[in-house]
Design a binder for this molecule. Structure first.
Ligand SMILES: [Zn+2]
Ligand SMILES: [Zn+2]
Length: 160
């Protein structure tokens, strides 16, 4: 079942919006969502963000980065007692999780996560330049999604 997973820009309360549903007021602080809504139908690939109206999205594996780190650290911690096989096992487990996890589409501007929606072929992996172009310049997400400006190497310089 697709859903938009987002945070209230006022109080950071989590909000899940079902397909086709309008954006409700925040259950925690009562502020209406400034978004456009409604959430796209379940078979529609995201193209305009229902939450902030942004049009920049990236896709990534819906993978809990903390879990990946934890698996790696556990493998590293056990390495001296397992002849380092735990490192290999941890990496393999990470890889298997990665391969079988679904992708999610994420709005560059408000960082809402679109889970279970079809992937829009126009959307690629996270790109720092696009993130900078699509950063919120005003409105409720301005102070939420701080995007570091991309490092532009001077012409002719080797990339850092
Ligand atoms: Zn709220
Ligand atoms: Zn958005």
């Amino acid at each position: 079942m697709p859903a938009i997973d987002t945070l209230c820009p006022e109080c950071d309360a989590r909000l899940l919006v079902a397909p086709g549903r309008p954006l409700p007021a925040c259950a925690a602080c009562g502020k209406p969502f400034p978004g456009l809504g409604p959430a796209p139908p379940p078979d529609a690939a995201p193209s305009t963000c229902a939450v902030c109206g942004g049009s920049g999205f990236y896709v990534q594996k819906d993978f809990n980065q903390n879990l990946g780190c934890l698996i790696f650290l556990a493998g590293a911690a056990l390495a001296p007692w397992t002849r380092y096989l735990s490192l290999v096992a941890g990496s393999a487990l990470d890889l298997v999780l990665y391969l079988f996890l679904p992708t999610a589409t994420i709005c560059y501007t408000c960082r809402s996560v679109y889970r279970g929606y079809p992937r829009n072929p126009a959307h690629g992996a996270y790109d720092p330049n696009t993130a900078w172009e699509q950063r919120p310049r005003a409105g409720p997400w301005e102070h939420k999604t701080r995007v570091p400006p991309p490092r532009r190497a001077p012409p002719g310089a080797a990339p850092a």
